[in-house]
Design a protein around this ligand. Structure first.
Ligand code: GLY
Length: 427
C-alpha cells in the first residue's frame, strides 16, 4: 500500500514514521516534506495548496490514500477536491474544517450543541468592538481572538481594557493578521491547566487518544512569547479516568453528534483543546487535524497499526476497531533556532544526530533541509527529540540526554518539558 502525507513539519515526520512502521506499507510519500522526512518517505516538491498537481501525483503513483497534516489545505478544500477526483483522503471537508478555520463558527457550534466554553461576543466592525471594550474593567483579563486562521498568532491574552483595545485595533484596523482579523471574538478569560485531546473519528464513531499537554511559551516556567509549541508529553497525569469520562460525556460525544446533525463530512482527527475551569473542562479551540507537537508525543504510544485506523476511518468502520495504546510515557522536546519565535537565522549545520540511537528515542525534523549532504536548520522549530519510557521521569531523563548530544549555532530549547507532570503543577 502507498500513502501520501501532506505537510512539512515535525508532526508530518511523526505521521510518516508511523505509516512507515506498518507492514502493510510499501511506500510513504510526503509533499513537500523536509530534510529528515526523507529518511522514511520520498519527498516531492509540490506545494500543499496546489491540489491539481497533488491529485495528479497521487494518480501517477497509484497512491491508496492521502493524509493531511496542516490546517491550511483543509480550509482551502483539499478533501472536497480529492473526492471530486475520486481519491481517498483521511481528513475533514472544507465545511467541516470551519470548526478550526472560523472561531466564530466554532463558538456558534459549541453553543448550539451545549458544549461548555467561555462566554464570548463576536464583532465584524471595529467601532462596535471598541464600544464593547469601553465598558470593560481596566484590569480584568480578557481574550481577543481573530476569527480566521493565523498560524498560531491569532489569540491575544489581554491584561485589561487598554491592552484589549490595542489588540482589537491591531487586528481590525491595522490588519496585522491580514484577513484573519476581519472578524473577531472577545472572550471571557479562563485560568486553568490545559489539555489536548486528539480524537480519531469517521464522522460517527470516535476514539480518543491519550491526552497530552503542549508547552506554548518559549521559555522555562511558561515565560516569554507564545510559539507553535516547545514540547509536549503524554499521557498527561491530569487526564485521570474520571476527567477523560467527563470530557467524553460533556464534549467529545456532543461534538460528534453535532457533526452528524450538521451533516458535516468529517473523517480524520479532531483536536479538542480544553482548559479546566475549576473542575469543569471547557473547550478553548477545535483543530481539524493532529496537533503539533502533541502528535510527536502521542503517536509513539500507538500500538495499533496506523494504516488499519485510517482504513477504518475511510470505510466508516471505526466502531469495529479496537485501538490499543502502549502503557508508557512519552516526552517531546523541541529544539528551536536562536531568536524564535521572533526573527532567527537559518542554514546552520546540525551536528550529533547520529548519536541518538536508542530504540526508545526518535528524532522528528521540523525546520531542516538537506544541503550538500549536510542537514542544516531551515525554520524556527528545527527538531523534535522524543523519548518513551515506563515512567515519566525516565522519559524526561532520556530525552534530555539525547537533547544534550545535538548541536547547532543558536540552539534554544526549554529545560522543563513535562516538569509539570512531576511537580504536580499542571499548567
Ligand atoms: N499544539 C497546538 C496546535 O497544534 O495547534
Amino acid at each position: 500500500m502507498k500513502v501520501l502525507v501532506v505537510g512539512s513539519g515535525g508532526r508530518e515526520h511523526a505521521i510518516c514514521w508511523k505509516f512507515a512502521e506498518s507492514s502493510k506499507i510499501e511506500k510513504v510519500y510526503c509533499v513537500p516534506g523536509n530534510g529528515g522526512i526523507s529518511q522514511v518517505a520520498e519527498n516531492a516538491d509540490i506545494s500543499a495548496d496546489d491540489f491539481n498537481k497533488l491529485a495528479d501525483f497521487v494518480k501517477a503513483n497509484d497512491i491508496d490514500f492521502t493524509f493531511v497534516g496542516p490546517e491550511v489545505p483543509l480550509s482551502l478544500g483539499i478533501v472536497d477536491y480529492f473526492k471530486e477526483r475520486g481519491l481517498r483522503i483521511v481528513s475533514p471537508s472544507k465545511a467541516a474544517a470551519r470548526l478550526e478555520s472560523s472561531k466564530i463558527y466554532s463558538k456558534e457550534f459549541m453553543y448550539k450543541y451545549g458544549i461548555p466554553t467561555a462566554q464570548y461576543n463576536s464583532f465584524s466592525n471595529a467601532d462596535n468592538a471598541l464600544k464593547f471594550l469601553a465598558n470593560w474593567e481596566a484590569n480584568k483579563k480578557v481574550v481577543v481572538k481573530a476569527d480566521g486562521l493565523a498560524a498560531g498568532k491569532g489569540v491575544y491574552i489581554c491584561s485589561g481594557r487598554e491592552d484589549a483595545t490595542s489588540a482589537v485595533k491591531q487586528m481590525m484596523e491595522e490588519k496585522v493578521l491580514g484577513e484573519a482579523g476581519t472578524n473577531i471574538i472577545i472572550e471571557e478569560y479562563v485560568d486553568g491547566p490545559e489539555l489536548s485531546y486528539l480524537v480519531f473519528t469517521d464522522g460517527e464513531a470516535y476514539s480518543a487518544m491519550p491526552a497530552s499537554q503542549d508547552h506554548k511559551r518559549v521559555n522555562d516556567n511558561d515565560k516569554g512569547p507564545n510559539t507553535g509549541g516547545m514540547g509536549a508529553y503524554a499521557p498527561a497525569p491530569l487526564a485521570t479516568e474520571e476527567l477523560n469520562k467527563k470530557v467524553e460525556d460533556t464534549i467529545i460525544r456532543k461534538v460528534i453528534d453535532g457533526i452528524k446533525a450538521e451533516k458535516l463530512d468529517y473523517k480524520g482527527v479532531l483536536y479538542v483543546g480544553i482548559i479546566m475551569n475549576g473542575s469543569s473542562p471547557y473547550v478553548l479551540e477545535f483543530n481539524c487535524r493532529f496537533g503539533d507537537p502533541e502528535t510527536q508525543a502521542v503517536l509513539p504510544l500507538l500500538d495499533t497499526d496506523f494504516v488499519d485506523i485510517c482504513e477504518a476511518i475511510l470505510d466508516k468502520n471505526l466502531a469495529n476497531l479496537k485501538i490499543n495504546w502502549k502503557k508508557i510515557f512519552s516526552v517531546c522536546v523541541v529544539l528551536a533556532s536562536g531568536g524564535y519565535p521572533r526573527s532567527f537565522k537559518k542554514g546552520f549545520e546540525i551536528k550529533g544526530l547520529e548519536n541518538i540511537r536508542d530504540k526508545d528515542s526518535m528524532v522528528f525534523h521540523a525546520g531542516t533541509k538537506l544541503e550538500n549532504g549536510k542537514i542544516v536548520t531551515s525554520g524556527g522549530r528545527v527538531l523534535n527529540i522524543v523519548s518513551v519510557a515506563s515512567d515519566i521521569k525516565s522519559a524526561i531523563d532520556k530525552v534530555y540526554l539525547n537533547v544534550s548530544m545535538i548541536k547547532f549555532e543558536g540552539i534554544h530549547y526549554r529545560k522543563d518539558i513535562a516538569g509539570r507532570a512531576l511537580n504536580g503543577k499542571q499548567n
